[in-house]
Design a protein. Structure first.
Length: 225
């Protein structure tokens, strides 16, 4: 039995396409043996995974004895604060696990942090109605800026521990910021001061061609021109 089209053509006559596709079916061509929807993408575009933890900074690794530790929140807040070490470690503590994405293209999964969430810090100081952004200031002279909503992200914290041990000096101890949803240059090491400001303005890398926000999923690596 043959099915003919209304104008009498025979669709079962072999063509290049039907010959190839029939062969592909016989060969089971293109099957990967890995059915199912792919897992949600975890590595942002242009990144590669590392298992060590690279050290990146300006070449100055300040030593901050715990007796001299101070963390201030100033600027557009109702109740400015300055904590010493016992004051800071007496604040509510939170454990969070997150991935690191550095703009130099390395990413590192599953970092376990402990510290004080930025939300808890903001609740204590009370940003005023004018507050829009924060400028982070570190002991090595580094600065970096964040819109207030990014700083207040529920995964963001001022961390003193990594994988259950105190944060090493090379990685920013006694405390550093961790904002996992942005490139890691926003996560200031050796944090000294958080200034809440009424308008976003550029920090160290942001004045040197890097993006004001730095979302790794949008590849916000460099300044928009
Ligand atoms: N104080 C300070 N914080 C900093 C930096 C710095 O030079 N000084 N470098 C930033 C950059 S570019 C990156 S990628 C990360 C590196 O952190 P790590 O050395 O713990 O990997 O720290 C960020 N925070
Ligand atoms: Mo970086």
């Amino acid at each position: 039995m043959r099915d003919l089209t209304p104008d009498g053509a025979d669709p079962s006559a072999p063509t290049k396409l039907t010959t190839s596709k029939t062969r592909w079916a016989q060969e089971r061509r293109f099957l990967t043996g890995q059915p199912g929807r792919p897992a949600a993408q975890r590595l942002p575009p242009g990144q590669h995974l590392v298992t060590d933890w690279p050290v990146l900074d300006l070449g100055i690794q300040p030593e901050i004895p715990l007796e001299a530790f101070r963390l201030d929140i100033t600027g557009a807040v109702e109740r400015p604060q300055s904590w010493d070490w016992s004051g800071f470690t007496g604040l509510p503590q939170t454990r969070l696990v997150s991935d690191i994405h550095c703009v130099t293209t390395w990413s590192r999964y599953d970092n376990a942090w402990e510290g004080v969430t930025t939300r808890d810090l903001l609740d204590l100081v009370g940003p005023t109605a004018e507050a829009r952004a924060v400028m982070l200031r570190s002991h090595d002279g580094y600065t970096t800026n964040l819109p207030l909503e990014d700083f207040a992200d529920p995964q963001a914290l001022v961390a003193h521990s990594w994988q259950g041990a105190p944060l090493s000096r090379a990685h920013g101890g006694p405390v550093r910021l961790i904002v996992p949803h942005l490139y890691f240059w926003k996560s200031a090491k050796w944090l000294r001061k958080i200034e809440v400001i009424p308008a976003d303005k550029p920090g160290f890398w942001e004045r040197r061609g890097y993006h004001m926000r730095g979302d790794p999923w949008a590849e916000e690596r460099y300044a928009e021109d």
